[in-house]
Design a protein around this ligand. Sequence first.
Ligand code: FNR
Length: 364
Amino acid sequence: PPLHTILNSRDFEEVASRTLDAKTWAFYSSAATDCVTRDANKSLFERLWFRPRLFRNVRDVSAKTRMLGREIGLPLFVSPAAMAKMVNPEGEKGIAKGCVDAGVPQCISTNASYPIEEIVPCAPKSHPFFFQLYVNKDRSKSETLLKHVRSLGVDAIFVTIDAPVPGKREADERVRADESLATPMSGAKATNDKKGGGLGRVMASYIDPAFTWEDLPWLKRCWKGKIVVKGVQSAADARRCAEEGVDGIVLSNHGGRNLDTSPPTLMMLLECHRLCPEIFSKLEVYVDGGIRRGTDILKCLCLGATAVGLGRPFLYALNYGQKGVEHCIDILRDELETSMRLIGITDLSQVRPGLVNTAAVDHL
Ligand code: FNR
């Protein structure tokens, strides 16, 4: 269907489910075991209500904000995702180009299908990129990679902690992998083995499951830029991140792809509000997982998030190349600005917890 008939991120997903080859659909859409967390990430947003404050002038609205010290066009970023080339040959380069006009940052995965030096030049120098790091069992490889990333002008990394081992993704195991698939920055190659062709599993074997809090000083020695910890899932770990002096955290369960029945991301955000409210003034809090609508974004911001990440929606939009990514961002901007006006705010400095009613989820 033509792009102008796509009205929301669900439409992109529906088209992807019908048009992607079986392996790409399995890899992108799948999650761990029964996919409970993947689905709950999304559905929990339906149980949080707004508390609009109206009868205000909402003619002019701006959804610009700041993230990690830089101005960004919208309070969202592209979450890091492996192998975007599977959906479209433009891959991560198409995502980069599609983000430029809107000023939306892209976090490039260690498992990207293009090396970072081919992605970053797709946007002007001022465009914000982040790099997602999976720490290699051979630490010297990570050190070399980080030096390379820094030399390209990238000043923030997201280090992923929720995937010391890959989750059990059955849909992905069931479909054979194309053994020519590779991720240039990690040196991983797809294979099929006795367990099947699960890309999440076979491409992750270089990741160090023994990377711990005690390694943070090592990371700070080899990366002088900003550090964001991605995959925090409890108030206790969020507090520890604040104590360790990192610049930000992503409350994330990897889109439900690793530990099934780990809490939906909105629940984690509410838990941080209750149990460690002090962290919000010490570091930036981001949320990713299940965010599909402007209202989802706005709810997270009201509860203290600085920005949110979206993973699958951008992969499905990339089905239409750069233009699809642009269209996806336009839709999200329109939805966000509309819902800002409808709760009675015109600028993101006005978001606050009082604008949402958490009664239905307070007992969770
Ligand atoms: C991911 N995610 C991910 N995260 C990460 O830190 N490094 C990675 O390489 C990948 N790869 C990856 C591939 C695919 C196909 C998906 C769908 C996801 C997780 C991603 O960054 C993010 O946390 C989730 O995608 C957010 O959930 P939604 O928006 O997809 O619901």
